[in-house]
Design a protein around this ligand. Structure first.
Ligand code: S5P
Length: 455
């Protein structure tokens, strides 16, 4: 029996591939399940897998092998032992003490890494892992995978420029196990049908060149709205009465992707106001973005988000936070309100902001460890990785500042030079004689600037 065929049968015997009715993390029900964690219990299999995977990369043009926790780690270790290529590990979560490194091991900027993964489905986890390696100056071209579930992930990674080599496709496994008599015809048919129906597990709308592929569900909603409404505009509705806020939301609603509010400046704030705002948000399809800038210790930030007069967590799609209190506050917020999208302020727009390069670097390190909860960040020119959105306030078409520290730039500058995804515009719109027409004007300038960047 060939080593490949033997491996397939062993996968079946060990329960690495199982058939039945399984609910996947995405909620989808699947007739098969793949879990490679048991592999390390069979050193002989691990060694065979390592050999076979390394044989797929005869060029061996990588300096490091990178394992992604947890299932792929023993395999990456075996491949490192086999090939003599040093191992690094990409942490899932960063430890809250010690060196706080995202990547463990010895490496230096400019080296290239082969990334090892157990199973590839949508490609999402790899698309989240690789930017962290790139941020460290590592180059990634090659990806080694044991099983390709054939649900679009491989094609997505290849489109992003990676070379993906898989040991087995799920189709090959099914056929092999069927021929070996481990799988009956009915189950085989069921799996093939499932594969046919789920050829593409969507993780994000297809991105155009220069566009980001954000991972958070709120970010994806925002990107959907941007595509459908053709708007990169968020209006900052910094008005102080419910009447003004509702009038403004109704006027600019058709032109915006989100309405940013400061609930605490509204003199007659009430649950009724929120109800009407939500209705407008639904009618015009925009998100509600509370600019609360939570900055306290985790415990306090959580009660500020969930209690008080405003009960922000009950209605806001997104909320801004500062990361000055450290990682614990972000962890507490995401646990307390997992539905809300967190938007950390990494860099402020003011002329003499204290968010200098050192702070930004530290803040981004925290942010990157919590991309499961973070929609994107507020920043000016500080770089933001492609799986997060960049929101840029301090945009005005007519003036350069406000004499209170605010600094304004044009849409052309923030899209062209800063690579922003959404501009946040307050006074430029709500102080204009005709906010609806002005919002339309900002929207168009933003759209053209974003298009020019892509061309
Ligand atoms: O760095 C920042 C971050 C934010 S969230 N600079 C900002 O101006 N903001 C907010 O964006 C600010 O609180 C205000 O609500 C809006 C900008 O308003 P404008 O009137 O200056 O356009």
């Amino acid at each position: 029996m060939s080593e490949r065929r033997d491996l397939m049968e062993q996968f079946f015997e060990l329960g690495i591939v199982r058939f039945g009715d399984f609910r996947l993390k995405s909620g989808i029900r699947s007739p098969f399940y793949v879990d490679l964690r048991a592999i390390a219990s069979r050193p002989d299999l691990l060694a065979a897998l390592s050999r076979q995977l390394l044989a797929r990369f005869p060029e061996k043009d990588f300096d490091l092998i990178c394992g992604v926790p947890y299932a792929a780690l023993p395999l990456a270790t075996a491949m490192s032992l086999d090939s003599g290529v040093p191992l690094i590990m990409k942490r899932k979560e960063t430890k809250a003490y010690g060196t706080k490194k995202l990547i463990e091991g010895i490496y230096h900027s400019g080296q290239s890494a082969l990334v090892v993964e157990d199973v590839i489905t949508s490609g999402k986890s790899l698309l989240e892992t690789i930017p962290a390696l790139k941020e460290e100056g590592l180059q990634v071209r090659d990806i080694a995978v044991v099983i390709d579930r054939q649900q679009g992930g491989r094609a997505r990674l290849e489109r992003a420029g990676y070379r993906v080599r898989a040991l087995f496709t799920i189709r090959q496994l099914i056929d092999g196990l069927y021929e070996a008599g481990k799988l009956d015809a009915a189950m085989r048919e069921k799996v093939l049908q499932f594969l046919e129906q789920h050829r593409q597990v969507d993780i994000a709308p297809a991105a155009r060149p220069g566009e980001r592929m954000p991972a958070h569900p709120v970010a994806r909603r925002l990107v959907d709205i941007r595509r459908e409404k053709q708007t990169h505009l968020i209006c900052s509705a910094d008005v102080t009465t419910a009447h003004e806020l509702l009038a403004l939301a109704a006027a600019v609603g058709p032109h915006i992707a989100a309405l940013k509010v400061h609930a605490d400046i509204i003199e007659d704030f009430s649950p009724a106001l929120i109800k009407r705002l939500r209705a407008l948000a639904q009618d015009h399809r925009f998100l509600l973005f509370e600019d609360r800038k939570l900055a306290d210790i985790g415990h306090t930030a959580v009660i500020q988000l969930t209690k008080g007069v405003h009960h922000i967590a009950d209605w806001a799609d997104m909320v801004t936070v500062h990361v000055t209190a450290g990682e614990g506050s972000i962890v507490a917020l995401k646990r307390a309100a997992p539905e809300i999208g967190i938007v950390p302020i990494v860099q402020m727009s003011t002329a003499d902001t204290l968010t200098d390069a050192h702070y930004r670097q530290r803040a981004m390190e925290v942010v990157l460890r919590h991309t499961d909860a973070v929609v994107g960040v507020v920043a000016q020119d500080h770089p933001v990785p492609p799986h997060l959105l960049k929101f840029t306030p301090g945009v005005h078409l007519d003036v350069k500042g406000d004499k209170k520290g605010q600094r304004y730039h044009t849409p052309e500058k923030v899209f062209g030079e800063y690579g922003t995804d959404f501009i946040i515009v307050g006074r430029g719109i709500y102080r204009a004689a005709d906010p609806a027409a002005t919002a339309a004007r900002y929207r168009e300038r933003a759209r053209q600037a974003a298009t020019a960047r892509r061309e």
